[in-house]
Design a protein around this ligand. Structure first.
Ligand code: 13P
Ligand code: SF4
Length: 341
């Protein structure tokens, strides 16, 4: 039987507490379209024993209204490793779903749109990493989680933006590859004595910000606090007041409550934080991640109804990739960085 997706009084009642979370950023007319999906997804999740893991870049109706857990890449990986749910719906991009599958091989991991990729993950293959090993014998290889399972399988250890410095230093080596994000690598190099070698990958969202953009925000919005993601070029990070993972940026705003802030990252982050912090003024640079934006409420509902698209990882690759991800999870708590503007 097809799901009834009309905005009935019952749906309005059932979703009213969720609407309170997003009322300041989602107009009522738009809510009438979202609410039937939200209601259907939340019912199905319960019936099926499924959870939705949502990245911080998901839109507010997903982030605040259907996610059982939201966070940055490291937090999502930790959650995937510990959840008891039989089914994980990854509201994020493909490498995140693969990471969940690698850590929970016995669970069914679904991604609502198989084409939700990542420019960093697409920049390097397992064969490239094997070539680096041949050319640079003995140099440990740290791989950003924004990579395919095959690339993870070829590396010594993974990292995310929130633990990259700690992971690099945990190896005790004078020279380390940190691949494939050239900007994350250069930002890490600025915080450690370890020599960092890298790859020519970049994030198509963060590479578009420039130091001039930051100076322009400061000029047009006096007193604005600038937070940047470490996938931004180092000149951008140097102009910022704080650099950290998506959750570290959220933590900064929640903890310090600046009057005005600009999050130099993907658009939806500001919407998600603004929904719960009406006293903070968000200046919004709008660079959308087209991959994250492929995930929508209708596609999440469809994923649950049809149990698609199941993400699988070749078991031999999964074992080696898991070793690299688990090695990362053993490295201590994330280090955040504050520096003077
Ligand atoms: P975080 O680990 O900081 O959430 O970053 C993931 C990502 O894809 C940023 O572009
Ligand atoms: Fe990949 Fe950049 Fe999109 Fe993050 S924002 S998923 S790094 S393309």
């Amino acid at each position: 039987m097809e799901t009834d997706l009309t905005f009935t009084p019952e749906v309005a009642r059932a979703t009213a507490p969720l609407y309170e979370r997003v009322r300041s950023i989602i107009p009522e007319i738009e809510w009438r379209m979202h609410a039937p999906y939200i209601d259907a997804i939340n019912r199905l999740k319960k019936e099926m024993g499924a959870v939705v893991l949502a990245h911080n870049y998901q839109t507010p109706e997903i982030f605040h209204c259907v996610a059982d857990f939201s966070g940055d890449s490291l937090q999502l990986a930790r959650e995937a490793a510990k959840t008891d749910a039989k089914i994980i719906v990854q509201a994020g991009v493909h490498f995140m779903a693969e990471t969940s599958k690698i850590l929970s091989p016995d669970k069914t991991v679904l991604i609502p749109d198989l084409a939700a990729g990542c420019s960093l993950a697409a920049s390097i293959t397992g064969a490239d990493v094997r070539l680096l090993r041949e050319r640079f014998p003995g140099v440990p290889i740290v791989t950003y989680v924004n990579t395919s399972a095959e690339v993870k399988a070829e590396s010594d250890i993974c990292c995310t933006s929130s633990n990259a410095v700690d992971v690099v230093e945990s190896l005790g080596a004078p020279r380390v590859f940190l691949i494939p994000d050239q900007y994350l690598a250069r930002n890490v190099a600025n915080q450690t004595k370890v020599e960092i070698l890298t790859w020519a990958g970049s994030c198509e969202v963060h590479e578009r910000f420039s130091a001039d953009d930051i100076r322009a925000f400061r000029k047009s919005h006096p007193g604005v606090v600038v937070l940047a993601h470490p996938e931004c070029p180092p000149e951008v990070v140097a102009e910022a007041d704080f650099a950290g993972s998506t959750s570290a940026m959220i933590g900064y705003v929640e903890g310090k409550r600046p009057k005005r802030v600009v999050m130099v990252t993907e658009c939806s982050m500001s919407d998600n934080v603004a929904a719960s912090l009406p006293d903070v003024e968000f200046v919004r640079p709008c660079n959308l991640c087209p991959h994250m934006k492929r995930i929508t409420l209708p596609k999440i509902l469809h994923a649950l109804e049809t149990m698609t698209h199941e993400v699988t990882v070749d078991p031999e690759i999964a074992v080696r990739a898991r070793a690299a991800v688990e090695a990362m999870l053993k490295v201590g708590s994330p280090r955040m960085r504050a520096h003077a503007a």
